[in-house]
Write a new protein. Structure first.
Length: 458
């Protein structure tokens, strides 16, 4: 029971966990009465068994055909006739409003969301409830409701709640449409809203709160090709970045990082860009590292990217399940003294590798570092359109292509792998089935010929 409602909780059979991507399933019984919940339990359990057998069938596994279709004997000997209750005695399916359904969705215990993901879903909930109406029955939602929501999204200003705190989303959208003053949210962001709403409605269908998902297939056309949204840094930009005073000698590692001097502080600002370039790690993956996430795996120094913590920290989160992986440390980083830096942090009793990065109110260190890096690029004259910190990840991917690294191996190193490969502890499965020495050989084939770091060893 959760928030007054009864659920069926069922462990997924071991032979299906990889295919279904989960270890257990919760299904709402749509009942706040124990007596009604008990009556609905057998039917809900039967539907789950049917779903399990269907998954086995699609995966080519042995199945119990009686669960998928009756045998001839069953057809000729159907057993005692079913007893059908008079219509007047049938319990009607309780009507659920959009607001109520969303509350159940956000409190569903089967969701293992990060704080940022939950915040995104809650933002979309507020928009949907505001535009469509909290009291609208979820079963009555139609395509016209979704088209109206899309029209609001089309002209919704960026940071609308901050710019127009006294206006509803619909009013703020109408103002921008009429006046042309302001910048609407990006097409990509608008599609994120629609995708989030679609996930909620799919859940509602699974929970039998709605009969269909009326937003399915609705998306804004994005004229910007994905490859054009972010570019890798050019050789000139990389030279400006890694020959800036921060790397050649600066006044200090704090406010004087852009002023030439004699200090060479090896702090987060020094290490994070270097790690990103040589590992392809996302910014937040680097910023949230524990000191114990850099360790030896089968005699190879590696960075383990995982939400698990050996020191008990609870702030780590990953973009997707495929993000969990290990990356052998490139020889350049070893030569520059990364392991010495890690050892110093451990001796100092530090739990986080880059504890000096401000986690902010939401506990996401990448936000503060991203702002600093953007200013850093401006200070050194390396800021260009379509490039940002994430461009270092694009540089890494280009290096993988130049070195002709096997596609699947490259995907595993970068955390781009999807599907059933993203299961199990990364430190135990050696990176999606690849042994650590194979990963290390691939990483060290990357030469980064456009980046001269010879001055860092002096």
């Amino acid at each position: 029971m959760r928030q007054g409602w009864f659920y069926l909780r069922r462990r997924v059979p071991r032979d299906l966990r990889e295919a279904m991507g989960r270890a257990e399933i919760w299904r709402s019984l749509n009942a706040d009465s124990l007596q009604i919940a008990r009556r609905r339990l057998p039917a809900a359990a039967a539907r789950l068994e049917l779903m399990f057998e269907d998954t086995r069938s699609k995966g080519g596994k042995d199945v119990d055909l009686t669960l998928l279709k009756p045998f001839d004997d069953d057809l000729h000997n159907p057993g005692p006739p079913a007893i059908t209750a008079p219509k007047s005695e049938e319990a009607p399916c309780p009507s659920v409003t959009l607001g109520e359904a969303y509350e159940r969705y956000l409190s569903d215990p089967t969701h293992h969301w990060t704080a940022r993901t939950r915040e995104t879903y809650d933002t979309v909930r507020k928009l949907a409830v505001s535009v469509i109406g909290a009291e609208t029955e979820i079963r009555s939602l139609s395509r016209s409701h979704m088209r109206h929501l899309m029209e609001v999204l089309r002209y919704l200003p960026r940071n609308a709640t901050k710019l127009f705190p006294d206006l509803s989303p619909e009013q703020a959208s109408a103002r921008l449409k009429e006046t042309g003053k302001g910048v609407p949210i990006s097409v990509a962001n608008a599609n994120v809203y629609l995708s989030s709403l679609s996930s909620f409605l799919n859940w509602a269908v699974d929970e039998e709160l709605a009969e269909r998902n009326p937003v399915r297939g609705l998306r804004f056309a994005d004229s910007t090709a994905k490859r054009d949204k972010r570019n890798p840094f050019s050789p000139d930009q990389l030279r400006l970045i890694f020959h800036a005073p921060l790397y050649t000698g600066c006044k200090d590692g704090d406010r004087g990082y852009a002023t030439p001097g004699h200090e060479r502080p090896q702090n987060a600002r020094y290490w994070v860009p270097l790690i990103a370039l040589h590992s392809g790690m996302r910014l937040n993956e680097i910023c949230q590292l524990d000191t114990t996430d850099v360790r030896m795996i089968d005699g190879v120094p590696c960075i383990v990217i995982t939400t698990e913590s050996l020191v008990g920290t609870t702030d780590k989160q990953l973009k997707t399940g495929a993000s969990e992986r290990l990356i052998p440390i490139h020889q350049r980083l070893l030569d520059l003294g990364l392991m010495t830096y890690v050892a110093q942090k451990r001796r100092a009793g530090e739990e986080k590798l880059f504890a000096e990065i401000d986690p902010g109110t939401k506990g996401v260190r990448a936000v503060a570092f991203s702002k600093w890096f953007t200013q850093f690029l401006s200070n050194i004259g390396a800021r260009r359109e379509k490039t940002c910190f994430h461009s270092l990840r694009h540089c890494f991917r280009d290096e993988l292509r130049h070195a002709r690294i096997d596609h699947d191996l490259a995907m595993a190193l970068g955390g781009w792998t999807t599907g059933s490969s993203a299961h199990g502890k990364v430190s135990e499965n050696y990176g999606r089935g690849y042994r650590v020495e194979v990963l290390a050989e691939a990483v060290n084939r990357l030469t980064f010929a456009d980046v001269d770091l010879s001055h860092l060893g002096r």
